[in-house]
Ligand binder design. Structure first.
Ligand code: PMP
Length: 479
């Protein structure tokens, strides 16, 4: 019923998603009511906080990754694998801040290094610190394609600079991406706005001119990618193909191994740069990230999340020297002929040191080996639980990125034709399914990332049985 699938076997994953969409189970009404009652009674202070926050913060929450149904939980303490809310409830942390805290919450070695720095230096000076160099050298050690590295404020910013560099370097205009890939929220890259948009108008604050040179192709379809390269080569040329390094939404719709190799070849053939958005995968799939895993050599790599060791701001872009040397740096007479980039708080000593310390801990503690073993144990355990309760699920993992989907949400477009009136109803049903599942897990004591994906951290590797017990309790409520 629910097999533990190979993350690179796209066809089986897609087929299983189709099965889940047709045979999806729902949480029993009585369980939904039980969990709602739990939140109202046991999370009363969080509830009150959300009510007040809505007066001053749009939607009552700043973070775009937090589950907030029936309301956002107000977290007051985070330690190791645990999160604690203002009402004193404790949760296993399967969110990991959306990926960055790969070691765990407030990991002592990172915290101590940062505290020591703060007492000496404070958080920022706007001047050079040796940690910048230490970090760039460490990245170069694990990512040989990153001869030089520029630290920036976020993954969104880093993607903007990546495509700007690609255009500046190649002199070409067009950017190609696969459908559904997330590369931050910039005007040019926010989701698939270019699809079906009014070519003359503006969509939710973004004039269509901003993304008219950004084109979407279906994932894992190498012929479609080549057709796009052909189409645009004489219309201004293709500057880059940009891809999330394991697929749409951190790999919820995964790329195949062949796609990586073929896409790399096509980029070389058409003189386009290959950009890997490794915001999620760098230092998570392993120290060498997705490119180490696939044996590919992207021209530009985009970083975020883990590179800040949980501290902010965390983002960066890396490439070979001839490309990176096009970037503006410091106060320089050549500034006006350089590719513009900036960031008042970027590469502050605190975030650079947190990054350096995190990478050293990843090296010393053999973190990835432990994460991978724990992930396999978890996914196998979960496959038996979903079988036990006969809940169809799509289950696979990219190392410690776990894909656990009982809704089929990410694949709806493959099974329901565009324009079919059933789509809206199905989307809402799948969405509610995701929300209720996350709510049930939180009520039972585990917090996941939104959507079908979630993360393990080093500290949670010891809590796999406890986590499975929680999934068991929640899944027993489906019919
Ligand atoms: N790229 C990918 C693949 C991401 O997952 C994200 C964030 N989830 C971003 C870019 C944007 O990064 P940030 O939130 O730091 O702007």
């Amino acid at each position: 019923m629910a097999k533990y699938l190979d993350a690179y076997d796209y066809d089986s994953i897609r087929e299983q998603a189709g099965y889940v969409i047709k045979n999806r189970k729902k949480m029993k009404k009585s369980a939904v009511e039980k969990y709602m009652a739990h939140f109202n009674e046991k999370c009363a202070k969080s509830k009150a906080a959300t009510v007040e926050a809505k007066q001053f913060i749009p939607g009552g929450i700043q973070h775009n990754l937090a589950n907030n149904h029936p309301f956002a939980l107000s977290i007051t303490k985070a330690e190791g694998p645990w999160l604690y809310d203002v009402d004193g409830n404790r949760y296993i942390d399967f969110l990991c801040a959306g990926g960055p805290t790969i070691l765990g919450n407030n990991f002592p070695a990172v915290r101590d290094a940062v505290l020591d720095l703060i007492t000496k230096d404070g958080p920022v000076t706007g001047l050079y610190s040796d940690y910048e160099l230490q970090f760039a050298k460490l990245l170069n050690k694990y990512y040989p394609t990153v001869e030089k590295f520029r630290m920036l404020g976020s993954g969104s910013e880093a993607n903007v600079i990546a495509i700007r560099l690609a255009r500046a370097f190649t002199g070409n205009k067009h950017i190609i991406r696969f459908a559904g890939g997330y590369h931050g929220w910039s005007d040019q890259l926010i989701y698939n706005y270019s699809e079906g948009a009014d070519p003359e108008g503006m969509k939710l604050g973004i004039p269509t001119a901003c993304y008219k040179n950004t084109h979407v192709v279906p994932i894992n379809d190498i012929d479609a990618l080549e057709a796009a390269m052909e189409k645009y080569k004489n219309e201004g040329g293709v500057a880059a193909f940009i891809m999330e390094a394991v697929g749409q939404d951190s790999g919820s719709v995964p790329t195949t191994r062949e796609y990586h190799l073929e896409a790399e070849k096509l980029c070389r053939k058409y003189g386009a740069l290959l950009i890997y958005d490794e915001v999620v995968t760098a230092l998570r799939l392993g120290l060498n990230g997705a490119q180490g895993f696939f044996g590919t050599k992207p021209d530009i790599t985009v970083f975020g999340k883990i590179i800040g060791g949980g501290y902010a701001p965390a983002g960066g872009v890396g490439s070979r020297a001839e490309i990176m040397d096009m970037l503006a740096a410091g106060i320089d007479a050549s500034y006006y002929s350089k590719v513009k980039v900036g960031g008042t708080l970027s590469a502050n000593p605190l975030v650079a040191l947190a990054g350096v310390t995190t990478v050293k801990q990843l090296e010393q503690l053999n973190v990835h080996e432990k994460l991978d073993a724990a992930a396999t144990k978890f996914m196998q355990g979960l496959a038996s639980i979903t079988d036990k309760y006969d809940v169809p699920a799509v289950l696979f993992n990219h190392q410690s990125i776990l894909h656990v989907d009982i809704s089929g949400f990410s694949f709806l477009g493959d099974f329901i034709p565009a324009g079919d009136p059933a789509m809206e109803k199905e989307t809402i049903a799948a969405f509610m399914n995701i929300i209720e599942f996350a709510m049930g897990l939180a009520a039972e004591g585990l917090i996941v990332a939104n959507g079908g994906k979630t993360y393990l951290c080093y500290d949670t590797t010891e809590l796999i049985d406890d986590a499975l017990h929680i999934y068991d309790k929640v899944l027993s409520n489906y019919e």
